[in-house]
Design a binder for this molecule. Structure first.
Ligand code: PHE
Length: 373
């Protein structure tokens, strides 16, 4: 009898410890392939590094973390389906992603419906977190980025007359164009012409010819790198030598590999520069390079890393993965030290961080200035 009891107890203990070591599943939806593959790849590598480091340090609540990542192929309409699958089938405790705002909005609608916390690393359109109280981000938002770019156009480029080329199928592009326009006009500038395109377009000659006729001082392209690089090329082909500039959507090695000489002397704003003298950044670059065959982390990698850091910290503080408590803990994040700066989640579930202006020079991205919030 006594033996049996000991045996049962040890079985129980075994069961308990197996249960205690059950991994905490974290979902990630990302553009790992397709038109914005570098966004998803970079963000994913940062996220993986943060999760692996947390596991190496003993996991959270005595349990290891398990990242379940799914590829939306950069396509519209995939992220909602993936979010549903990760929540209902994989039973993830939270979702991390995306970079592109339109895709974050799709997944956020699902996460909010199931009341599962979602943290976007780098989607900057205000609508993302407006979806509901379970939706967070660890980056600045476009009213700030648009204002910073308008000030840069006036101050650094000395531009008074600017033309804009907007991607009408991207929430990010439409929003960033709007916030830029508001500030640029408020500061006494003129928007000479606004032209439109859709994601995936390849020929921008008609828009650029119309812009050329208005003789602007500069062209603002609030889109993603594939189209931005083609726009720069075609503008140069048409004999436009004025500066072109964009937002964080320009950040990818492809801007240079597609744009070549045409993107020399262009500028964009982003979240982080690997040239930063911050010891936290220097150390992050070392760890990232050791993990990912020498690759230098970009803004998406830094923010992907920080999104996971915020989640891990919140699970630890919540002491549970129960969604409502985890949501409250994420909302209570204050001054969490990461690679993109300190994350404090505000009442609108956004973060506020400095922006960085980068110039393309001699085929590489060079830090120009930081813009404080
Ligand atoms: N901010 C962009 C968006 O919301 C995505 C992005 C972030 C692109 C960081 C590059 C770097 O769509």
């Amino acid at each position: 009898m006594r033996r049996l009891l000991t045996f049962t107890l040890s079985l129980l203990a075994l069961g308990l410890s197996a249960n205690a070591a059950e991994p905490i599943k974290v979902g990630e939806y990302a553009s790992l392939t397709g038109k914005e593959a570098t966004f998803g790849q970079s963000s994913h590598k940062g996220t993986v590094l943060a999760i692996e480091e947390a596991n190496a340090a003993g996991g959270v609540l005595g349990r290891p973390l398990q990242l379940v990542a799914e590829d939306n192929q950069s396509k519209p309409g995939e992220s909602g389906t993936i979010a549903t699958k990760l929540i209902t089938r994989e039973k993830v405790v939270a979702l991390l992603g995306e970079v592109a705002s339109s895709r974050s909005i799709e997944a956020a609608i699902v996460a909010q419906r199931y009341r599962i916390p979602l943290i976007s690393p780098s989607s900057t359109n205000p609508k993302v977190t407006e979806i509901g109280d379970y939706i967070f981000r660890v980056c600045f938002i476009d009213p700030f980025q648009g204002t910073a770019l308008a000030k840069f156009a006036h101050g650094h480029l000395k531009a008074k007359r600017v033309a804009i080329v907007t991607s009408v199928s991207s929430a990010y592009s439409v929003g960033l164009a709007k916030y830029f326009r508001e500030q640029f006009l408020a500061d006494g500038g003129t928007i000479v012409l606004e032209q439109k395109y859709a994601e995936g377009d390849k020929d921008f000659k008609a828009q650029l010819t119309a812009i050329k006729a208005t003789a602007p001082d500069a062209i603002f392209v609030p889109g993603y790198y594939t189209e931005a690089a083609l726009i720069c090329k075609q503008a140069r082909d048409l004999g436009l030598t004025i500066p072109l500039f964009g937002g964080d959507g320009w950040e990818a090695p492809e801007l240079i590999s597609i744009g070549g000489a045409a993107v020399e002397g262009t500028y964009y704003s982003t979240h982080y520069s690997p040239e930063s003298p911050s010891p936290a950044v220097k150390d992050f670059i070392k760890r990232f390079q050791a993990r990912w065959s020498g690759e230098t982390p970009d803004a998406m990698a830094a923010l992907g890393y920080d999104s996971a850091l915020v989640l891990v910290d919140a699970i630890r503080r919540a002491g549970t993965t129960e969604p409502a408590k985890l949501r409250d803990a994420i909302a209570a994040t204050r001054n969490l030290e990461g690679v993109s700066g300190r994350t404090t989640i505000d009442a609108q579930r956004n973060a506020s961080k400095p922006a960085v202006i980068v110039e393309v020079r001699n085929g590489s991205f060079r830090f120009v200035q930081a813009v404080e919030p």
